[in-house]
Each structure stands twice: as C-alpha cells, then as structure tokens.
Design a protein around this ligand. Structure first.
Ligand code: HEM
Length: 106
C-alpha cells in the first residue's frame, strides 16, 4: 500500500489480518484450552466454516475490488462473508456450551 501510494487494498489487508490471522488464532487457542470431543458436530461446522469463510471473504473482497460490476464476484463476496458469519455465530454458541461444561468440572 505504501509502495503503490494507494489504500485500495485497505479493507482486504484488514480482513486478512483480523479474520485470517487474529480470529483463526483465537479459535485455535480456544481448541487448545478446551478439550472439545473430536466427534463434536458443532466444532466441525465451526472449523470448516471458519476456513472456507476466511478464504471466501478475503478472496471475494479482492476480486470484487477489481470487478465491482460482475454479479458473480458480488455473490462470491457475499457468500464468503455469510459463511464466515455462520462460523462466528457457531463459535459464540460453543463458548457458552463448552465453557459451561468445562467450568462445572473444575
Ligand atoms: C464475518 C466476518 C466479517 C465480514 C463478513 C466483514 C465484512 C466487511 C465488509 C463488507 C466491509 C466493507 C469493506 C469495504 O469498504 O470495501 C468491512 C469493513 C471493515 N471491517 Fe469487516 N467483516 C468481518 C469481520 C471483521 C472483523 C472480525 C473485524 C475486526 C476485528 C473487521 C473490521 C473491519 C474494519 C476495520 C473495516 C473497515 C475497513 C476500511 O476502512 O476499509 N471485520 N467488513
């Protein structure tokens, strides 16, 4: 951005960091601290939507910046973001469900 003298990629840069790095790091810390059963369907949905959504949102944002008039890029962008939102919601539910479960055992 500094080299190009343009902030065109500001939003993409922000999301690669806050979603692709920070959020995935926070999810990983959660899974390291709480021993979630491997059979947990909630965890599978959360992890897969996080991976697909992080890539989908940032890639969708990227292609949308080049091709804002293309319906496909807009749909790709929106679906990527929506999948990621599902992941965030499932993660919030998991913190309550598993947080309470492990808290009681201590
Ligand atoms: C489901 C997750 C998310 C979705 C779907 C999403 C979507 C978006 C969209 C569509 C924009 C507008 C981009 C543009 O102006 O071109 C935006 C901007 C922004 N988002 Fe997100 N976002 C998500 C998560 C986050 C998170 C976790 C953070 C920070 C912790 C964040 C911080 C920001 C910031 C700072 C901007 C303004 C960027 C700018 O000024 O250019 N977002 N987001």
């Amino acid at each position: 951005m500094a080299g190009a003298g343009s902030y065109m990629f500001r939003a993409i840069h922000a999301h690669i960091l806050v979603v692709g790095w920070l959020s995935l790091f926070a999810f990983a810390v959660f899974y390291a601290l709480f021993k979630i059963p491997k059979s947990s369907k909630l965890a599978s949905v959360q992890v897969w939507t996080a991976l697909i959504g992080s890539f989908g949102l940032t890639a969708g944002m990227w292609v949308y910046n080049f091709n804002p008039d293309e319906v496909f890029t807009l749909i790709f962008y929106i679906i990527g973001g929506t999948v990621l939102m599902v992941s965030f919601v499932v993660f919030a539910i998991m913190t309550f469900v598993f947080g309470a479960m492990f808290h009681d055992k201590k």
